[in-house]
Design a protein around this ligand. Sequence first.
Ligand code: NAG
Ligand code: NAG
Length: 301
Amino acid sequence: MLTKVALLSAAAAAAVVSGAPLERRAAPGQADIDLVILNYALTLEHLENAFYRDTLATYDAAAFKAAGYPKWVRERFVEIGGHEKAHVDFLSKALGDKATQECTYEFGITDVKTFVATSALLEGIGNSAYLGAAANITSPEYLTAAGSILTVEARHSSWVNSAVQKGDGFGKPFDTPLNFNQTYSLAAPLIKSCPDSNPALPVVAFPAAKVEGKACPGKTVTISGEGVQAGQYVAVLSGLSTSFVQIQDGGKITLPEDLGYGRAYLVVTKSESVSDDEVVAGPAVLDVELSAQKAAKIYAQ
Ligand SMILES: *[C@@H]1O[C@H](CO)[C@@H](O)[C@H](O)[C@H]1NC(C)=O
Ligand SMILES: *[C@@H]1O[C@H](CO)[C@@H](O)[C@H](O)[C@H]1NC(C)=O
């Protein structure tokens, strides 16, 4: 028995490492969570791959120059696009005929600046997605493969935020895990349609939540969305901690004093619980900026 397990696990490792098609059998009537997670990851990688491929085909070196970026900025984005394609190929090969296919997307890109902002948005979501899924991966080999992708996505995110956007490249000491439905809710508005043959994933998109106002710790912003009402709660997902603030009249909420910088996510909930069945809307992305100037002052001290 032990030998069998070890062999199976070695085979799975070899399949993942080589990207060879993978045949794993779940117990009857039970979905294989690792296959679900690989397809969920592939869903996001397809989206990122299409985003870089199609948008960079639209905006050439001259467009980046006209937008005020040095030559190497577009070159690095092309490199990032190549990584996303490699992730798609790797996961597709591992899943074989169970692999989900590319969908059609609507990224809402109108110029190079919105491309850069959307890249920062997507890379951050990708990090939180892999981080959140880590808890559910049962195979150590898959966990290593996912971790190997996650660290690269984290460097993409860091580079866009710092070198390109002149902000802080690492924000908080801890990144924020998002669960499957939370991640899918952020990706779904960009997905227009998918091939009917794609495997159904056990995810739902919650209604979108929108935050208005400058995001600063201790300050008030407004949150809105379908079904969002005063008296409900906002779960502030920041790093490994979750805190709750109650929604006041007009959707006003006071952000926690200890929110810090970098990215957090806001989820509107019926109670002080962020379990999926308590969610009303969200997540909304909340980026608290640390300007490069302020960072420079800290280092000068
Ligand atoms: C993923 O793991 C978390 C933490 O153990 C658990 O709460 C959640 O239900 C799991 N999700 C799935 C889809 O198995
Ligand atoms: C998504 O949310 C629905 C509704 O609460 C739940 O049934 C489903 O299990 C969730 N999906 C995952 C992958 O956790």
